[in-house]
Design a protein. Sequence first.
Length: 367
Amino acid sequence: MRKRLLSILLSVLLCLALVSPQAAAADIYFVAVDDSVPLTLPSSMSPFFSGSTLYVPSSVFEAAPGGVTPSYNASEQTLVLFRRGARLVFNLANGTVTDEDKNSSNISTVSKNGTIYLPLYFCIGHFGLSVTTLNSAEGYPILRFTTGSEVYDDAMFVEKAENLITYLAEQYGSGAPSVPNTNGGEEETPEEEEPHASGSFCLAIEDAASMEASAAALESAGQRAAFFLTGEEIKAFPELVRSLYAAGHVIGLTVPDGSEDTDAALASANEALFRVLRRKTLCALLTAAQAEDCMGYAVFIRPEEQPPLEELLTDGEETHLLVCSDGTAEALSQLDRAGATLRLLRETNPLAQSIAPQEPPENGSLQ
């Protein structure tokens, strides 16, 4: 009973924060996932209570917290939340939900003004997510999902995200699409864990032809990585992109050698990614020369010649970018034997050479 009362109290506080007079004046609220702000929603789609249950629009899951994404089937009258290995199938006609193990419960959804609303705490409990409600300095409410991979606590996140939220609010008010986020503000290197004697490594995987093998090796090792694809690769292998994203990997962009216009190539690749995932990215893997003409991305520099892994393992003071293609399995094996620390490459990573949220990729809607 005490646990249930606490849950109800938290729900009330969350809902009050999102429908407070200050929040209502904003006309919009933001959905954050870990250290990014991928989604802006109108206050007309704010959460609400029905009885003691807090409902949120299914649209909040378009931010893909923890890789969880929604899929609506009008003909079957179902709405599915899914990620690799887990799912919830809401039957809108009979008010039931079925999970990946075929367990069924009487859990209702609510349809309001053409939007389907889902029971928030039931959903996040199934997928192992956490949620908090925050307010920016200008009073914009933020619904923040966390997965355990976040770098910043809530207070630091609000501080870091303030500049980006202000920018997104201005874009929303002007009718321009919202943009994908980086770490959301002035760059500041988060405190790192004590480096391991064999160093820390961030894996950047390229070459779509070998990515399935790389993904399999990562799954066996229980690791995730950043996968960088060109626009043509995204168009040619959309199912690969979806499977990588569903597995929790970071999706980034890269540009073929010899491209005359890096910005245009990245913009085209981001449009292709949006058609596949309904979201864009700011992560880019580029050569030093390509990066000189790039604005608005978190750029990771591909070394002209990758030093031997054995040499990098002797430097325990640095975090290294390790670019792999068909040698991922062997690299993972070497890193494991050496006891090296693996970190997931994100926009917030200190290895990023430049982040410029003031000039985001064009048409960066949804994220």
